[in-house]
Design a protein around this ligand. Structure first.
Ligand SMILES: O=C(O)CCC(=O)C(=O)O
Length: 283
């Protein structure tokens, strides 16, 4: 039986360096697709072995074997809880704080290399969280642009990577994107319910919504201005995802200077200010 006081740790199987891995991929096509659509699907980001490691860690966190209480939250708590003792949308901020070497795995290193390939060599890792929609929790993540959560910054380059730890389909909550939505302005966002930190915006008649079903171990990228949403999980299958974000080094330095840490110091500080995966006060 694992000693609860012993810090959890992960040991990664050997793999090509992120740069070597990228050399075997259609990066020119990825770059062009992302430039045009501001979202992108990357298949087979993870090997089966790597995927199983992330799935195992995620399961231990969900079941409490790895206690993430200080960073765990129900992002869907504006709605009545659908399944007893199970969050509507379980959010675990900074899982890397709980497992040694987690941030040396492919979701951190390989994805950062792809992010640099898409938006420039000065793009660096910003933050990480786990988002889980358990079976029959049926809670939508409403349409939004991630940029609405962030301060006004001069350099708008920012992207998110959503890595599926289970096959993600329409009915368990795969990502949907509104193609071309990044070309417009940042839309007006409002809280889903008064006093709630979760933001949403109106969709428009000419929005072209694309449902992006992906297999476990694959991922999607989207720009901070790309409108997106996920449906609630109405199936008997788990929908687990790891979300990592990236932005220019200079912006990260400014954020650090201003004390923004995406909840790294714990949820209390986040919830007191009404912020979860961002912050709403202006820079
Ligand atoms: O996983 C979800 O349900 C939503 C994820 C999302 O909105 C995001 O990654 O920006």
């Amino acid at each position: 039986m694992a000693d609860r006081n012993e810090p959890h740790s992960v040991s990664w199987p050997s793999a090509p360096s992120p740069r070597e891995w990228l050399k075997t991929k259609p990066t020119a096509v990825w770059r062009e697709t992302f430039r045009k659509d501001r979202y992108l699907v990357v298949e087979d980001l993870l090997t089966k072995e790597e995927l199983e490691i992330y799935q195992g860690i995620c399961t231990k966190m969900l079941e409490g074997e790895i206690d993430t209480t200080n960073h765990r939250h129900d992002l869907g708590n504006v709605e009545e809880q659908k399944q007893q003792h199970i969050e509507n949308i379980c959010q675990i901020l900074w899982p890397s704080l709980y497992v040694r070497h987690l941030d040396e795995g492919p979701v951190h290193r390989r994805v950062e290399a792809i992010a640099q390939c898409l938006l420039g060599d000065d793009i660096l890792f910003d933050h990480v969280m786990i988002l889980v929609k358990a079976p029959f929790t049926d809670t939508t993540t409403p349409w939004h642009q991630d940029e609405s959560y962030w301060p006004i910054v001069p350099d708008k380059r920012a992207l998110m990577c959503w890595t599926a730890l289970d096959n993600a389909v329409k009915d368990n909550g795969c990502m949907w994107f509104a193609k071309g939505s990044h070309r417009g302005i940042l839309r007006a966002h409002t809280p889903v319910k008064e006093g709630c930190h979760v933001l949403t915006c109106e969709t428009q008649e000419n929005d072209e919504m694309v449902c992006v079903e992906i297999l476990a171990g694959s991922c999607t990228f989207h720009h901070a201005r790309t409108l997106h949403y996920t449906r609630g999980n109405t199936t008997n299958q788990m929908r687990r995802a790891i979300v990592t974000s990236y932005r220019p080094a200079a912006m990260l330095e400014e954020f650090e200077h201003a004390g923004h840490d995406h909840g790294k110091r714990g949820l209390k500080s986040v919830l007191l200010t009404g912020q979860t995966h961002g912050w709403q006060d202006k820079f």
